[in-house]
Design a protein around this ligand. Structure first.
Ligand code: TPP
Length: 1050
């Protein structure tokens, strides 16, 4: 049946096309060319419009979008002949009646506005010979015109409150829309209309302005009407797209989403506010404005990065939150830069004002350890009732460094985690809002990386609302020097996020846009951008003189009436509030500030802890201390080890065909388990699997982590016969285990590491690991390492237990694929190289861990890797853990650990002492070689080859930082006659030497020199030449075992 209808329709459409094929076509050149006239910014006037009348028979009339239009009409006509314009009705009737091509059309009647009813009286004249060409062209022109506004209307919207800059950095008016800068200047408007219509772009003429045109289904400007006179069509398009809101959305390749947006902005009268809403908006503006004024009055010489010029940000955020709360969200996680941050804390998050004010008192002593941070970087967590919706809402502002946009992925990661832990799989309860500056949004690559996480299954937070405080300046730099894209927001287009530009001096337009943005997010669960085009009333900070660099802009700003004043005047003129009510609102808030200020003077101490963005209830004692200062054994029972090993070497689902090569790998694993040993992959499996049993969620993310860059892991099995069928055996270990997430990430380090750090923030009861691909690729995430991981606790009190797995090793693979740059991590450790800690202290090792900023290890055995992963969770506090992981050791036959070293009672070994013949007769040992990681295997092989097992002892430092002073002191004392040498495969200015040497000297009270056996200093981390690599290796081994090597220096 359906097929028959479709066939009939196709035949009819073919006939329609044939009828229309004789009509004069719109040419390709007409559609492709851009008709822009460049004009100075201040004068968007009407330029010469090119006329397109030359007939070119380049394409049949009814192809492409033109035919879509006719088809659309035809469908509508089939459903209801009255729903289309009379002329189309006639056309389709004539066509169906078999009228020959070129004769089916009849011109529409010219109508003046208000005479729509005349249309209904039009009669079909099958036998008449209408001006078919013109009619069809006119309809298509009107459709194109509507589309042109939808696509390009934002280019002429009045977005700059100062009226001097174009938000899109382009002063030209697109030639296919009618708009003028000054909507009130009717003369200008008419002139533009005349130029565009009369013989202009659309080939319409003035008489067409009063003709009625059927509206396509791709517009909502008609409201209840399905047809409008052209003049009214243009007016409504101007109202929808060229006022104070610029809607950029036509790049979105989803019809439903485009329709949704059109409906939100085109429907006549849709932007309505009740008096109550207007009064709330005014009150919020009062708070926002008076807060900055209060700070300015009290601390006129303090930097606060005030919001003046974008005070509307506060009601904007509150509207987004209100609307989202109404739609079911009860947790909002926010990230933002410096600008307006204190105001957001005070008026959006509702941090107690006295807590904010006392941050301005530099004499207050900090109660917490660490260096703290400036007041406009601190985070915050607050739960309260949303007054508009009467629902509970939790707001969290993530602490951030000065590095603009660096917090973006962190916020996303934290949001993802919060969603994960409350089972919010669609982002209906937890959402994120990210604030940006215009210069930073356009300039910082992390913005792009973060956008690219937004729709990936293991990273999506189901839509972020981005708000750009677009004050049209970045410090002193003009946007024309700061970006190559028209808007600072263009980066969002890559993920099909709609972008709503809005003039921030029109608070109601801002509120409307924010409401739509929140609705978009809750409807489609995708990102959306609100671009608040505003200005910055002061310099970059309150001390800065902006007139040095932006004299004209700032002359204009001096004249600019503050938005609060403008809006108050508007509401007074509308009778929504009266002047005394407005003044009362102001004095009420001023009083609140004054009272809080008085209370802030009573504060004796500054508690950074009050500024935590992610409290971990129950993990610490009530006063924030660890519940113990010890760590239980990290070993496991034989049963558990065997069970995990068996699952790791099998396929735990039925009818699942794995690759033959993988079968062999699993078989080898099975044999290892039978032999009660583990290799690297199995050790990791055992650590993860056992923690999952204990209810610890594990998330491993990074490039190609599912298989493992070196093809050793294979945590996700792929059915060789069924597309996309996978199995994660780790999730089949125990009946009530915690979930295991393993996810290949996008090819990003900065974004993904930031994301995982944010994920790890949310809960202490999860092991979150990020694995770098290998070598020094992690350095593109350096900002996350330097700004968050290394100093995070010191700056913001928040602990974080993220684990970085950094494949490292000099194996002749060239400069970038070799070194994970241990020197960088070690150089940032906070332990003092020159001071020997009190080694007698109880729980010395745990205290050391508690005091450090992060833990750096390089394990030489799979067993130790297993223990350190488990220790990470069994410790009563959280520290970032940096692990240099091996490459060749993954398959090295000697890099195996027996179950015996993983049983209950066993621990992570910070140092693995020599246990061979040298250790039996330590007095005879001539040299104690200290090393870390894989070089140990080269050294033992060489020592054996040289038969020096009694003369040379080799001890491994597995935990580099905090430095195991206690264990090394024992080692050094054990070999009284031995020279001490540090051996590493890295170059001398890299690796561990500079870190280890002073600490070893301190350990033995500088009694002996610490010699060096390793590669010479170098600029690059490794040679790209395999032979050179081997020569260098042999040279360092020669030095390590030449007992005369250091004589010349002593
Ligand atoms: C990554 C980074 N580079 C440079 C700076 C120094 N800096 C601080 S604010 C600023 C200008 C930011 O402009 P914009 O993003 O437009 O925000 P606005 O200050 O205008 O609100 C710059 C360059 C920084 N904080 N972070």
């Amino acid at each position: 049946m359906i097929t028959a209808v479709v066939r009939a329709f196709r035949t009819r459409m073919f006939h329609l096309r044939t009828c229309a094929a004789k009509l004069r076509p719109l040419t390709a050149s007409q559609t492709v060319k851009t008709f822009s006239q460049n004009r100075p910014a201040a004068a968007r006037t009407f330029g010469q419009i090119r006329s397109y009348t030359a007939p070119v028979a380049a394409e049949p009339f009814l192809s492409g979008t033109s035919s879509n239009y006719v088809e659309e009409m035809y469908y509508a006509w089939l459903e209801n002949p009255k729903s289309v314009h009379k002329s189309w009705d006639i056309f389709f009737r004539n066509t169906n009646a078999g009228a020959p091509p070129g004769t089916a059309y009849q011109s529409p009647l010219p109508l003046s506005p208000g005479s729509l009813s005349a249309l209904a009286r039009a009669q079909p004249l099958v036998e008449a010979q209408p001006n078919v060409d013109k009619l069809v062209e006119d309809h298509l022109a009107v459709q194109s015109l509507i589309r042109a506004y939808q696509i390009r209307g934002h280019h002429v919207a009045q977005l700059d409150p100062l009226g001097i800059l174009d938000a899109d950095l382009d002063s030209s008016v697109p030639a296919d829309i009618i708009s003028s800068t000054d909507k009130l200047d009717l003369a200008v408007f008419k002139e533009r209309l005349r130029m565009l219509t009369v013989g202009g772009f659309y080939g319409l003429d003035e008489s067409d302005l009063d003709k009625v045109f059927h509206l396509p289904t791709t517009t909502f400007i008609g409201g209840q009407e399905s047809a409008l006179p052209l003049r009214e069509i243009i007016r409504r398009l101007e109202m929808a797209y060229c006022q104070h809101i610029g809607v950029e959305f036509m790049f979105i390749n989803d019809l439903e989403q485009c329709q949704w947006i059109r409906q939100k902005f085109e429907t006549p009268g849709i932007m309505q506010f009740t008096n109550e809403e207007k009064r709330t908006l005014l009150a919020r503006l009062v708070r926002s404005t008076r807060f900055e004024e209060f700070l300015q009055r009290k601390w006129s010489s303090e930097k606060r990065f005030g919001l003046e010029g974008c005070e509307v940000l506060i009601p904007a955020l509150k509207t987004i939150i209100d609307k989202s709360s109404e739609n079911g969200v009860d947790y909002v996680i926010m990230g933002m830069p410096h600008r307006g941050r204190l105001n957001v804390l005070a008026n959006v998050i509702r941090k107690e004002l006295e807590q904010i004010f006392c941050q301005f008192d530099s004499k207050l002593e900090a109660a917490d350890e660490g260096s703290g941070d400036v007041k406009y970087h601190l985070g915050m967590y607050h739960r309260r009732i949303n007054r508009v919706t009467d629902r509970n809402i939790t707001l969290s502002l993530v602490a951030n460094p000065s590095h603009l946009e660096a917090a973006d992925p962190v916020v996303m990661g934290k949001t993802k985690a919060e969603q994960f832990y409350c089972g919010d799989t669609e982002g209906k309860k937890v959402m994120s809002i990210l604030l940006h500056g215009d210069a930073a949004f356009a300039g910082q690559g992390i913005v792009y990386e973060t956008f690219h996480l937004s729709d990936l299954p293991s990273y999506t937070t189901h839509g972020t609302v981005h708000v750009v405080v677009n004050n049209q300046i970045g410090f002193t730099t003009d946007p024309r020097m700061a970006r190559s894209s028209p808007y600072p927001t263009d980066v969002a287009r890559v993920v099909n996020a709609p972008i709503f530009h809005v003039n921030s001096d029109d608070p109601e337009a801002v509120m409307y846009v924010c409401k739509v943005a929140a609705e978009w997010r809750s409807t489609f669960h995708k990102d959306v951008v609100v671009d608040l085009v505003c200005y910055r009333r002061n310099g970059h900070n309150e001390m800065d003189e902006p007139m040095f660099t932006q004299p004209l802009m700032y002359k204009q700003i001096r004249k600019q009436k503050p938005v609060l004043q403008k809006y108050a005047e508007l509401l007074v003129s509308q009778g929504v509030v009266n002047q005394p009510e407005y003044e009362e609102e102001i004095s009420k808030y001023d009083k609140i500030c004054e009272e809080a200020f008085a209370r802030s003077k009573d504060e004796k101490i500054l508690h950074i802890k009050h500024w935590l963005d992610s409290p971990w209830p129950g993990f610490f004692t009530l006063d924030g201390q660890p519940r113990s200062m010890s760590c239980p054994s990290t070993g496991l029972t034989e049963d558990i080890l065997t069970h995990i090993g068996n699952v790791a070497s099998s396929v735990p689902v039925e009818n699942f065909t794995i690759h033959g090569g993988l079968s062999r790998i699993l078989k080898t694993r099975g044999e290892l388990v039978k032999n009660r040993t583990v290799d690297w992959a199995l050790a990791e499996y055992m650590a993860f699997g056992s923690l999952l049993k204990e209810g610890i969620h594990i998330r491993l993310s990074g490039q190609d982590v599912e298989r493992g860059t070196f093809s050793h892991r294979h945590h996700v099995l792929h059915d060789q016969n069924v597309d996309k069928r996978t199995c994660i055996p780790m999730n089949h270990l125990w009946p009530n285990q915690a979930p295991y997430t393993v996810c290949n990430s996008s090819l990003s380090e900065y974004g993904v590491l930031g994301f995982e750090l944010g994920f790890a923030m949310a809960s202490p009861n999860a092991l979150v690991l990020w694995e770098a691909q290998f070598g020094d690729f992690h350095n593109t995430a350096q900002c996350i390492i330097d700004q968050f991981i290394c100093p995070g606790q010191a700056k913001w009190v928040r602990q974080n237990g993220i684990v970085l797995l950094l494949p490292h090793g000099m194996e002749g693979m060239g400069p970038e694929h070799s070194s994970a740059r241990p020197e960088r991590f070690l150089q940032m450790c906070n332990d003092d190289p020159d001071v020997l800690p009190n080694l007698e202290e109880a729980n010395f090792d745990i205290n050391q861990l508690y005091d450090c900023n992060w833990v750096v290890v390089n394990c030489s055995t799979p067993g130790n890797f297993f223990h350190v992963l488990r220790r990470q969770i069994l410790l009563p506090f959280r520290k970032p853990l940096i692990i240099f992981t091996p490459k060749s050791l993954l398959r090295h036959p000697e890099a195996r650990t027996s179950f015996d070293e993983m049983l209950p009672g066993t621990h992570f070994q910070r140092v693995i002492p020599e246990d061979g013949p040298a250790a039996q007769n330590p007095e005879d040992v001539k040299r104690l070689l200290l090393c870390t990681g894989k070089v140990y295997y080269d050294l033992t092989r060489e020592r054996k080859a040289r038969s020096m097992v009694e003369q040379v002892a080799i001890t491994r430092i597995e935990q580099l930082s905090p430095f195991p002073f206690d264990l090394l002191l024992q080692e050094v004392q054990k070999y009284p006659s031995a020279e001490l040498a540090w051996c590493q495969e890295e170059h001398k200015n890299q690796g561990y030497y500079d870190y280890v040497k002073p600490r070893l000297r301190t350990t033995m009270n500088r009694a002996k020199p610490v010699w060096y056996a390793g590669r010479d200093p170098a600029a690059a981390p490794a040679t790209g030449n395999k032979k050179t690599h081997l020569t260098e290796l042999q040279r360092l081994l020669d030095t390590a075992f030449d007992l005369d090597a250091f004589k010349k220096f002593s």
